[in-house]
Ligand binder design. Structure first.
Ligand code: SAH
Length: 394
C-alpha cells in the first residue's frame, strides 16, 4: 500500500473530515491514477484512505477516515447500500431521485440518479473511474435494477486526464424516459439531457413555486432559463393565466411546449421565447411589461473561485432587471448554483440588485437543493444550490 505524507500542519482539514487533499499539502509520495493510498500526517499518523489523482490539483479524495476499513468491493457495496437506504427513508415524491450525491454520500466524484427503472451515473475522477465496474455491479445489486447509463461527459474529467464518456454500462434500450414529479409528467433523454437528463435538485422548489403562484394569485409569470419547462408546469399548475418560458436552447423550449401539452394545460396560456435572458429582460422593460411572478434559474455563472466577481455582477444584473419587471407585491424565485457563491454572498448580491432597482422586497423563503442532494457537516463546498423567494413590496 502506497502512502502519501502531508506537510506539517496540513492534516487539519482531513481531521475535520473534509475529503480533499490539495497538491500543495503533499510532502511526498505518489501512486497510479485512482490507486488507493494511505494518507498520513507529517509524523506518520493515519488520516485517511483515499484515491490518488496525479494530474489534478485535488491530489487525493478520501474514501474513508477509519484505519481498519478496506477499500474493496464490499466497501463500495456498503456505501451504495447506505446511499440508497437514505433515499428510501426520504420518500421522495417522484420516480426520479438522486441516489448518490458524491462527497455527501462518502463517494467523492460519483453521482447517480434513478429515472424509473434506469440508473444514470457520472464518474467524475480517476478514483471512481478505476472502480467503475465494481460500482456498476454494486449499484444494480443495491437497487435491483438492470439498466445503467453512463454520463461521464464532464468537463472536470479533463483535469484528471480522462476522456468524456457516455453510453450503456449495463443493459440497453431507449434512453428517452417519462418521469413523474408532483403529478406532472416530464420527458427526459438520459443520453442528451443536461446533467444526467434533468434538474432533479429543483424538484421541491418547483412545488414551492406552484404553491406560491396559487397562494398569491399570480397571473402573468416569466420563467427565465426555463430549460424544458419544469417551473412553467409549476406556474400553470398553480393557476397562472399566462406563462412565458425563456431559454437560449431551441430543443429545450420545444420540449417545454411538449410538456405543456402532455400535462393537458392550455397551450394558448404558454409562450416559449428563444432568447438570451438578459437581453429579453431589457426588452420587456423597454416595452413596459410587468409580471406577477418571475423565476431566475441561470446556469452556473462562476465555474471557479476566479470567476466569482464577474459572476456576481452577472447575477446582480439579471436580479435588478427582474425586480424592476415585477409588479408591486410580485413574487421572485431567484437562484444561484455556483459553488463559489455562498448563501450569504448571494443574499448580498440580490440586496444590491434591489437597491439598484429602487425596490424593497421581503424574503419569504430560503431555497435549497432537494434533500436527496444532501450536503454534509464536513463538506460545505457541496452546498451549491441556493435561492431566495422574495415578495416585492406593494
Ligand atoms: N429551471 C430549469 C433548469 C435551468 S438550467 C429546470 O427547473 O429544469 C439553465 C438553463 O439556462 C439551460 O436550459 C440553458 O439552456 C439556459 N441558458 C444558459 N444561458 C442562457 C442565456 N444566456 N439565456 C437564456 N438561457 C440560457
Amino acid at each position: 500500500m502506497k502512502s502519501i505524507r502531508l506537510r506539517e500542519g496540513k492534516e487539519r482539514s482531513l481531521q475535520r473530515r473534509h475529503p480533499w487533499v490539495f497538491e500543495g499539502s503533499v510532502a511526498k509520495g505518489r501512486a497510479d491514477p485512482g490507486e488507493t493510498v494511505r494518507v498520513e500526517a507529517h509524523d506518520g499518523r493515519f488520516l485517511a484512505w483515499g484515491a490518488y489523482s496525479p494530474a489534478s490539483a485535488i491530489r487525493v479524495r478520501a474514501w474513508s477516515f477509519v484505519e481498519s476499513e478496506r477499500i474493496d468491493t464490499a466497501f463500495f457495496a456498503r456505501r451504495l447500500q447506505c446511499a440508497v437506504a437514505l433515499r428510501a427513508r426520504l420518500a421522495v415524491d417522484s420516480d426520479a431521485v438522486r441516489l448518490v450525491h458524491g462527497e455527501a454520500d462518502g463517494l467523492p466524484g460519483l453521482v447517480v440518479d434513478r429515472y424509473g427503472d434506469t440508473l444514470v451515473a457520472q464518474f467524475g475522477f480517476v478514483g471512481t473511474e478505476r472502480w467503475k465496474d465494481t460500482i456498476a455491479d454494486a449499484l444494480l445489486a443495491a437497487t435491483g435494477l438492470q439498466r445503467l447509463y453512463e454520463r461521464s461527459d464532464l468537463g472536470v474529467r479533463k483535469l484528471e486526464g480522462l476522456p468524456e464518456q457516455r453510453g450503456w454500462l449495463r443493459g440497453d434500450g431507449d434512453t428517452r424516459l417519462t418521469l413523474r414529479e408532483h403529478g406532472w409528467q416530464l420527458q427526459v433523454d438520459v443520453a442528451s439531457g443536461h446533467k444526467t437528463g434533468a434538474y432533479l435538485d429543483q424538484r421541491d422548489n418547483r412545488l414551492h413555486f406552484a404553491q406560491a403562484v396559487r397562494h398569491f394569485g399570480c397571473d402573468q409569470v416569466l420563467n427565465c432559463y426555463s430549460y424544458t419547462g419544469g417551473f412553467t408546469l409549476a406556474a400553470m399548475a398553480g393557476g397562472a393565466r399566462r406563462v412565458t418560458s425563456v431559454d437560449s436552447s431551441a430543443p429545450a423550449l420545444a420540449l417545454a411546449r411538449h410538456h405543456v401539452q402532455i400535462n393537458r394545460f392550455d397551450a394558448d396560456r404558454h409562450e416559449a421565447v428563444d432568447a438570451d435572458v438578459n437581453a429579453h429582460l431589457r426588452q420587456q422593460l423597454e416595452q413596459g411589461r410587468q409580471f406577477d411572478a418571475i423565476v431566475l434559474d441561470p446556469p452556473k455563472f462562476a465555474a471557479s473561485v476566479a470567476q466569482v466577481e464577474r459572476a456576481a455582477r452577472a447575477y446582480k444584473d439579471i436580479n435588478r432587471l427582474a425586480l424592476k419587471l415585477l409588479r408591486p407585491g410580485g413574487l421572485l424565485f431567484t437562484f444561484s448554483c455556483s459553488g463559489g457563491i455562498g448563501p450569504e454572498l448571494f443574499h448580498k448580491i440580490v440586496a444590491g440588485a434591489a437597491i439598484d432597482a429602487c425596490v424593497d422586497a421581503a424574503i419569504v423563503r430560503h431555497l435549497h437543493a432537494a434533500p436527496d442532494h444532501p450536503s454534509t457537516l464536513f463538506f460545505p463546498d457541496g452546498e451549491y444550490l441556493k435561492g431566495l423567494a422574495l415578495l416585492r413590496a406593494g
